[in-house]
Structures are given as C-alpha cells and as structure tokens.
Design a protein around this ligand. Structure first.
Ligand SMILES: [Zn+2]
Length: 206
C-alpha cells in the first residue's frame, strides 16, 4: 500500500491520479437484493450504508496493484477527495486562496458556471500543470475556476428497478441531493455544487 504523500503513483512513466482505480481494485461482487422495501447487498455488512442511509458501491482498496484503469474512478478515494477537498491527482489538500478552491473542469462551460455540479475533485497548484498536460479530457478543452463555497451536496450513481428476478440497474445514472436517500439507488461518487465561482486564466496555471 502506498504511504501518504506517495501519490501520484506512476505507470510506464506516466502519473496515475489519486482517484484513478487500479485493476486489482475490483467492485464488491455480493449480489444486490431487495429487502424491506429497499436495495441492499446480500449479505448486508456494516458500512454498506453511510450515515445518511445511502447505499454505496463498494470496491477493494489497493492502489498501485495491477494496471491503472484511467477511465474508472475509484469510489472510496473519490469520496474522500470530495469530502475533504483533496487534489484529485496527489490526494493532498487542494489549492485554496481568498477566491476559493481550484477546479479544472473538462470542456468549455457555456452559460452559468455558478452552481455547476461536478463529480471532478479539485486540484492543487503543483498538480494543475500535470493535469493539463496529461489528462486527455483536459487537453482538449478545459475550464479553470475557483469556488469559494463548494458544497458536497449531490450524489452520482445508479437507480435500480425491482423486477420479479430481483433489482435491475436502469440505464442511466443520476444526481440526487444528499440527505434524501432513495431506496433503489446505489451511489458511486459525490458531486459538488460550485458556488461563489471566479474564473481562472489558464496561463496562470501552466
Ligand atoms: Zn496535487
């Protein structure tokens, strides 16, 4: 297990972000069942639900084991990064100034950025150039901003419907406001509302 401060790990000479899942970090293979009017794992274990009563996707924790799955976000590390506003690349505290915490979002955001909801954790100043240089989704188009009042108030996950054969995942994932757990929902990521937003010039980050 990597020690604190050892992120980002590297693979074949490329940095691997803190929130990237590795191939050994497989998802919990317990089946999902309907029990007392809601979704749960079988068997149910302590820690399956958070303090708000939300069922979470469970995943092994073994960063550095196997190969990095760059398109897959590791649920426990993403949750930790969002709840503590840690850098998605190195896992250390994200950059914070009087104008707020630093975020890099893929794509040009048209319209109101204020209140934008994102599942991307923030970044630190040292990792911003690394993310801009190596992350394919940020290389094409990126919006940089600071948020003074980010709020981890949404969840991203999958809704299930109950069928005679058991719960079945519906095709689309959704965001819902935390604090109102849905009985047929399994969360995979925390999403943050970006409030008090100030745009940041990319030339100041590279
Ligand atoms: Zn960092």
């Amino acid at each position: 297990m990597p020690s604190p401060g050892s992120f980002p790990l590297s693979h074949k000479g490329f940095p691997v972000p803190y929130i990237t899942a590795w191939s050994a970090e497989t998802a919990d293979d317990r089946p999902l069942v309907a029990h007392q009017g809601r979704l749960q794992y079988h068997p149910s274990l302590p820690g399956d639900f958070d303090s708000h009563g939300v069922l979470w996707l469970h995943q092994r924790i073994a960063p550095g084991a196997g190969t990095p799955l760059f398109s897959t976000v590791h649920t426990p590390r993403q949750r930790r990064a969002m709840l503590r506003f840690l850098c998605q690349i190195c896992g250390e505290p994200a950059d914070r100034t009087a104008e707020g915490i630093l975020w890099l979002l893929p794509g040009p955001i048209t319209g109101a950025v204020e209140g934008e909801v994102t599942t991307h954790p923030p970044v630190c100043a040292g990792c911003a150039p690394i993310a801009l240089a190596h992350c394919p989704s940020l290389r094409r188009n990126v919006t940089a901003l600071r948020a003074r009042r980010p709020e981890a108030d949404h969840l991203y996950g999958t809704f299930y419907c109950l069928t005679p054969g058991g719960p079945v995942a519906t095709r689309h994932a959704h965001t819902v406001r935390e604090g109102y757990p849905q009985p047929w929902f399994r969360a995979a990521h925390i999403a943050v509302s970006l409030n008090g937003v100030t745009p940041v010039r990319l030339t100041r980050l590279r």
